[in-house]
Design a protein around this ligand. Structure first.
Ligand SMILES: [Zn+2]
Length: 246
């Protein structure tokens, strides 16, 4: 049985600055501590956008949250870091249309959050309990959720590609396993996909420092894990725990 834990927030504000991977524009955010029960809240152009499933307006290549005319793109790696470290209450000020991609993983967020400090708050965290099996599927993707006494994620990846055919990872939902097993895994794309993304106006801020590109005969940079792609997919799945994945 999972032990009930207190809600948590940051001990001090943290800033991130970089480029948005899809639009290629400068991206700045500031993550501030927030009171109990306030949840994770994005603020852009004066508009508050709670990080909740009902605010997801697009999941094409990245997760976009919207309220009215205002949107924030590529929230998933930041939200995975928040969920992975069990940071429940945060106010995230966004300057620009996207969250900075940094190195394409959740690690820069995690390191900065840990450096700032994680503090407990005076109320217990809310627990979501599944009472029956659920599944959703779309095209060739399927998510199956089963009731359990503790949260464990399993991700299986299938491609018809010379470098990846099948990868599978199992993740036990603790901050320690998130830190060592998922947070460093970078977002990835197949070389043959990259030109198509650029033609569609996506991945304009992508380069070899913030994404792993998979060629037919290898990778464009050294792998952080032998099975880094499936670990990144599982990282995106962790973000779902907070309301929002690519
Ligand atoms: Zn991702």
């Amino acid at each position: 049985m999972e032990v009930s834990r207190p809600q948590q927030t940051l001990a001090a504000p943290v800033r991130f600055e970089g480029v948005g991977i899809h639009l290629g524009q400068p991206a700045r955010i500031e993550v501030l501590p927030a009171p109990v029960d306030s949840g994770r809240l994005f603020v852009s152009q004066g508009q508050e956008i709670p990080a909740l499933h009902e605010r997801v307006s697009s999941v094409e290549r990245c997760t976009v949250l919207s309220a009215g005319e205002v949107s924030v793109s590529t929230v998933e790696h930041l939200l995975a870091a928040c969920a992975g470290l069990q940071l429940d209450n945060l106010r995230i000020l966004v300057d620009g249309p996207e969250v900075p991609i940094l190195d394409g993983s959740a690690m820069p967020f995690v390191k900065a959050f840990l450096a700032a400090g994680v503090v407990c708050q005076e109320r217990p965290a809310r627990r979501h309990v599944l009472t029956r099996p659920l599944f959703v599927h779309d095209k060739n993707a399927l998510v199956l959720a089963l009731p359990a006494t503790e949260t464990q994620l399993e991700y299986s990846l299938h491609y018809q590609h010379p470098m990846i055919t099948y990868q599978q990872v199992t993740h036990t939902s603790t901050p320690e396993s998130f830190l060592s097993g998922l947070a460093p895994a970078r977002t990835y794309a197949f070389m043959e996909e990259v030109e198509g993304l650029l033609e569609r106006g996506l991945a304009r801020g992508g380069d070899l420092s913030n994404a792993l590109v998979i060629r037919s005969d290898g990778y464009t940079s050294a792998l952080r894990f032998p099975d880094e792609p499936v670990r990144h997919k599982c990282l995106d799945l962790v973000a779902l725990g907070s309301g929002s994945g690519s």
